[in-house]
Design a protein. Structure first.
Length: 245
């Protein structure tokens, strides 16, 4: 097993625009956004591995793709989010994103035996969430939510090639959550619990398969995640009317 290591991951910067305004946004609104994901995380992190080869020696090698700090690509992110008032205290929410990674491989060795799996791929990623949110009139600022979530990595990228080793697949989860708003600050806790985990055949799996012996690569999925976020709303300043002395 490798030693513990840490570092900065990939950084995302983006901006969104709410489409509706005024009376049109009274029942709800939808926002669309664009962002860029920068390859700031180490995508060739290494560590010590023991009992390697037949001699049982110690080697320094790149760690598995699943725990690399970055994917090595500059990604274009398209996202959306929305909220719609169902009743006084119930709201329908939805949001999602797709990250386009045009870079095919990042040059990082996987230490796998098959030749077409020797270098790590730079895959696209996506996620979609939707559900119902309830606010409480007696406890101002408190809300709970329950929804569904789908996230994963596709077999083929939307832009660019898809060669190199990747673990494509998707997870379908139920996602309970709780939030609390105090002034302009909102804290949200979501715990998506996986119901379906599907590790689909990747490009290299298909290439290595035969009619008599199909290849379906390895994967590991978390049973649940814990996501906590803080949001700070910057209110629009209202112009003060001019007063003459």
């Amino acid at each position: 097993m490798p030693y513990y290591f840490k570092g900065l991951g990939d950084i995302r910067i983006g901006a969104g625009y709410w489409i509706l305004s005024g009376e049109k946004a009274k029942k709800g609104n939808i926002a669309i956004g664009l962002g860029i994901k920068f390859p700031t995380g180490d995508y060739a992190a290494t560590s010590k591995f023991y009992n390697q080869r037949t001699e049982g020696i110690e080697e320094v090698k790149t760690v598995d793709q699943s725990i690399q700090l970055g994917d090595g690509g500059t990604g274009l992110i398209v996202d959306f989010q929305g909220l719609w008032n169902i009743t006084n205290t119930y709201f329908w929410y939805y949001d999602g994103f797709y990250m386009f990674n045009s870079k095919e491989t990042k040059g990082t060795p996987t230490n796998r035996r098959r030749e077409n799996e020797a270098i790590m791929s730079v895959p696209d990623e996506y996620a979609v969430r939707t559900g119902v949110f309830k606010s409480f009139e007696k406890i101002h600022g408190l809300g709970i939510s329950l929804g569904g979530r789908v996230e994963g990595r596709p077999v083929h990228d939307a832009i660019g090639g898809s060669n190199g080793f990747r673990r494509p697949g998707y997870i379908v989860s139920v996602e309970p959550g709780i939030s609390y708003m105090k002034g302009n600050v909102t804290g949200t806790l979501n715990v998506p619990i996986a119901l379906i985990r599907n590790r689909t055949q990747g490009v290299t799996d298909i290439e290595n398969s035969t009619p008599d012996e199909p290849v379906h690569g390895d994967a590991a999925f978390a049973d649940y995640l814990i996501n906590f976020s803080l949001a700070w709303r910057i209110p629009r300043k209202v112009a003060t009317p001019f007063k003459s002395l």
